[in-house]
Design a protein around this ligand. Sequence first.
Ligand SMILES: NC(=O)c1ccc[n+]([C@@H]2O[C@H](COP(=O)([O-])OP(=O)(O)OC[C@H]3O[C@@H](n4cnc5c(N)ncnc54)[C@H](OP(=O)(O)O)[C@@H]3O)[C@@H](O)[C@H]2O)c1
Length: 252
Amino acid sequence: MTITQQTTAVALVTGANRGLGLATARLLGESGATVLLGARNAAKAEIAAAELRDEGLECWPLSLDVESAASIAEAAERVERDFGRLDILVNNAGILPEATTPGALQPLDIELFRRTFETNVFGAAAVSQAFLPLLRASEAGRIVNVSSRMGSLADQLDPTSPYASMVVPAYQTSKAALNGLTVALAKSLGDTPVRVNSVCPGWVQTDLGGPDNRAAAPTTAHDAARTVVEMAFIPADGPTGTFVDLDGPVPW
Ligand SMILES: NC(=O)c1ccc[n+]([C@@H]2O[C@H](COP(=O)([O-])OP(=O)(O)OC[C@H]3O[C@@H](n4cnc5c(N)ncnc54)[C@H](OP(=O)(O)O)[C@@H]3O)[C@@H](O)[C@H]2O)c1
């Protein structure tokens, strides 16, 4: 399915109250999906969902802090009770505190490492686990992990790559670990219709990485969301356990 086609899927996007998550939720909604906008702040989830509902989209707020086991369990129960299904999970919630923490690298800030992994890795793993029963029950379950080329070890080791000079270890290793989760889930779900892939959305005009990012980044959240949504709508014989960006496969 391409994103110009209409779908009746039920989709959940984590961290959907702003940035790429909100743009992804909008695009999924424009494709006809019923979209659950996950946000750790319930009021922000409600505001974001109301914004998309005002645009005529079928969107609902979902209180979901990916760092809280209780919040995740409650959200999964609510989705099962109120919607009875989930077809698409976009693990989008992510943080990059290193970019706004002076001196985080000298020495390595282990607390910041833990915080980054808590959201970017354990959050995605815990949310995936909680929603797997519904995704397995779907005819076309899809998990899209919003990763980054910053997590590509191949890029980091390639002196000709524009990513080679970037050093944000907690973020980079968290996205490499998220990619590992993609591969592991894809393999363990290999005998099911569920497809699991990592996507790099490009360098996107959002607040991630601090106040200067929006002006410096070349890609709008709307354009970046297309890459994410394309992987959410891959067909039954589409790829699983891959890492892609706008231009195609990304080296691990
Ligand atoms: N921007 C880029 O250039 C770029 C490039 C590659 C990959 N990415 C990835 O894209 C994803 C979205 O980033 P973005 O650029 O849209 O950043 P953003 O504007 O900073 O948005 C991050 C989102 O994650 C949410 N979040 C953080 N911790 C959470 C938690 N514990 N529970 C639930 N939600 C949580 C935030 O919620 P609050 O509003 O409550 O903080 C916010 O909605 C991230 O995974 C990021 O790594 C971004």
